[in-house]
Write a new protein. Structure first.
Length: 424
């Protein structure tokens, strides 16, 4: 099982952005619709009111002038008659509202008088009043030049209303949004705390169970090979120290790699459980056939771990364990077993464990040999520089050999309990 995954945290930032986005869209819709509706309604009201007032004023002008002419004591107001001259003088002194024009047209269509003119393309308001006694009609035309100003004033009023109303809406919805976001984030924090706590608890239990199973499997193989004593503990420590020493030179070595090699190195000889006791525990020299069988422990171990791997999701620890089990007896020069891999084709973790394994074998007692000293073991290993071992890793191992020897001596008391002795 992989433990590289983490629970999906219910992040507050995306939720906050979503809420704010929804609110902004709602605000734009509300303000936009309000502006559109308010603009149409208010403009319509202003224009209608303006039309009504100007039309009424124009009609009042027409009625007033007609009444004044009707009071004249003349029989005719045709041009050239005394009545006509009186009307002309009235027109000249007449004060009309705005830019208005007054005209008198006879029943037969003749224009008797007019006080001015208006461009034909100019919008106007028209009103008329009958001059029955003179058989004519008085007309008044007023320019609609103030319409644009009225509309501008209406638009300005609307914009002011919309701005003030929109600002109030935005402020109100902003306060509501902040309250909702705050409530939402408090719930998210609580949910995240619950998820994190449950995940950490589950992960800790799984990691502890996995580590316990690995140690148990490794010890199972270790107990069958009585001469190895606490071999696994030492291999673990040596491998970790060497991995740390070359960390800066290998990009794949990180904290996870070091933690994995601490556990995976313990499974390097797990395949020995498949070797018969008559061969594994034989005190004398092995035959070529027995040696070939012993070498199969790398294949047995890798196959065992692969069978576990098939039932698991991605797990880099198991992958490293398989690499170490199958390749820790490969040689840098390609003369190792079981696959005769050479150089960097051998997995890095396996190259590290190979050095730790040989050093521990040299400095430990076997039924067929005595333990060698720390210095003697290093001299022997140096002869394999660039042949049996990765030269860069071996150089690093020599550099930290003082630390390695200290670890070996500190663990010596454990080994002596079983009657085994390490070289001093």
């Amino acid at each position: 099982m992989s433990h590289n995954h983490r629970p999906v945290r219910l992040g507050a930032a995306p939720a906050r952005l979503l809420i704010i986005g929804v609110i902004l869209i709602a605000q734009m819709l509300v303000v936009g619709m309000g502006w559109w509706s308010g603009s149409r309604n208010l403009l319509t009201e202003v224009v209608d009111e303006y039309n009504r007032r100007v039309q009424a004023a124009t009609q009042d002008t027409a009625s007033g002038v007609a009444l004044a002419i009707a009071k004249l004591e003349f029989d005719s107001i045709d041009p050239g008659t005394p009545g006509g001259e009186r009307v002309r003088s009235m027109f000249e002194g007449l004060e009309l509202p705005g830019n208005s024009v007054v005209s008198i047209v006879s029943a037969d269509g003749r224009e008797l008088f007019h006080s001015g003119s208006i461009e034909p393309s100019t919008p106007t308001y028209s009103a008329s009043a009958p001059l029955k006694r003179f058989g004519a009609t008085l007309g008044v035309q007023s320019e609609a030049k103030n319409m644009l100003s009225a509309r501008d004033a209406a638009a300005s009023s609307i914009n002011t209303r919309v701005f003030l109303g929109g600002s109030a809406i935005i402020m109100l919805t902003g306060v509501v949004a902040l309250a909702l976001i705050s409530l939402h984030e408090r719930r998210l924090v609580k949910a995240n705390q619950i998820l994190s706590s449950a995940y950490e608890s589950q992960t800790s239990n799984l990691i502890a169970a996995r580590e316990g199973m690995i140690v148990g499997l490794a010890k199972l193989a270790d107990y069958r090979d009585t001469d190895t004593g606490q071999h696994l503990d030492r291999i673990c420590e040596y491998s970790v120290q060497l991995a740390c020493a070359v960390r800066d030179k290998h990009s794949e070595i990180d904290d996870e790699f070091i933690e994995h090699i601490r556990l995976a190195s313990m499974l390097h000889d797990i395949g020995k459980v498949g070797i018969p006791d008559s061969v594994l525990l034989k005190p004398g020299k092995l035959t070529s056939g027995e040696r070939a069988l012993i070498e199969q422990h790398t294949v047995f171990g890798a196959d065992t771990l692969r069978s576990i791997r098939k039932h698991c999701v991605e797990d880099s620890l198991l992958d490293m364990s398989i690499d170490i089990a199958i390749a820790h007896h490969e040689r840098w020069d390609g003369m190792g077993y079981p696959n005769r891999l050479a150089g960097e084709r051998i997995p890095l973790a396996a190259r590290i464990v190979a050095i730790a394994d040989v050093y521990d074998a040299l400095t430990s007692v076997r039924v067929y040999k005595a333990a060698r000293s720390h210095e003697n073991a290093l001299d022997i290993m140096q002869s394999g520089h660039g042949h049996q071992f990765d030269p860069g890793l071996l150089d690093a191992f020599i550099d930290i050999s003082g630390t390695i020897d200290t670890i070996r001596l500190n663990l010596q008391s454990k080994y002596s309990l079983g009657g085994l002795q390490l070289a001093a």
